[in-house]
Design a protein around this ligand. Structure first.
Ligand SMILES: O=P(O)(O)OC[C@H]1O[C@H](OP(=O)(O)OP(=O)(O)O)[C@H](O)[C@@H]1O
Ligand SMILES: Nc1nc2[nH]cnc2c(=O)[nH]1
Ligand SMILES: [Mg+2]
Length: 175
């Protein structure tokens, strides 16, 4: 309709930016592992791709877990969330290790936002432990262990999605 405001993406609605460097991310993943070490041992790590692959590698390395599986889910097209699409489910071998319900399995993702992705994976593995590095309030109840909470109106920028670039000085109107 003419004059109607365009739909805002999740990032535009978020307003605040929370950029994370590789160093910071590595530190936060190690901090997450300290907490998970109290909960395990785990038979396998299930990474929610793609964002969960990086923390899953670091956490699995620290915990000495060698079996890593993926559940491949797409929902955000950059910053707009659409229908969740399961592109690849959990393997039969990993399901078997978790006794069919996920007991002793560790699900890892980079963050929970609305919680939709986490909820879907929890339904696949109800007895698994779900860990994320960052959590927003709406998704937080779904997560068993996380490191840093950010407000719902914050957009997290991961190091694999960003690059160093010139930033104009404040006095020239930079935010
Ligand atoms: O709690 P939610 O609102 O469901 O959002 C969280 C999910 O969104 C991002 O994944 P995305 O779908 O962008 O895919 P990607 O991991 O491949 O980047 C993030 O990695 C989480 O998996
Ligand atoms: N990079 C990124 N992806 C997301 N997907 C859902 N919320 C976020 C967020 O804050 N940052
Ligand atoms: Mg993801």
């Amino acid at each position: 309709m003419a004059g109607e405001a365009p739909e805002l993406s999740a990032q535009e609605r978020a307003g605040k930016a929370f950029p994370v460097s590789w160093d910071q991310f590595h530190r936060d993943c190690r901090a997450l592992t300290w907490r998970l070490n109290e909960v395990g041992p785990f038979h396998a790590v299930i990474a929610i791709t793609r964002g969960g692959l990086v923390p899953a590698a670091i956490v699995a390395r620290e915990l000495g877990v060698r079996v890593i599986d993926t559940v491949c889910i797409a929902s955000y097209d950059h910053t707009k969330q659409g229908e969740l699409q399961v592109l690849k489910g959990i393997s039969e071998a990993a399901m078997k290790l978790g006794g069919g319900t996920g007991r002793g399995l560790l699900i890892v993702d980079d963050l929970v936002d609305t919680g939709k992705t986490g909820k879907l994976v929890r339904e696949m593995l109800p007895d698994a432990h779900f860990a994320t590095v960052y959590a927003k309030p709406k998704g937080r109840p779904l997560v068993d262990t996380f490191i840093t909470e950010v407000s719902q109106d914050t957009w997290i920028f991961f190091p694999w999605d960003t690059a160093l670039s010139y930033h104009p000085p404040l006095r020239d109107g930079a935010a």
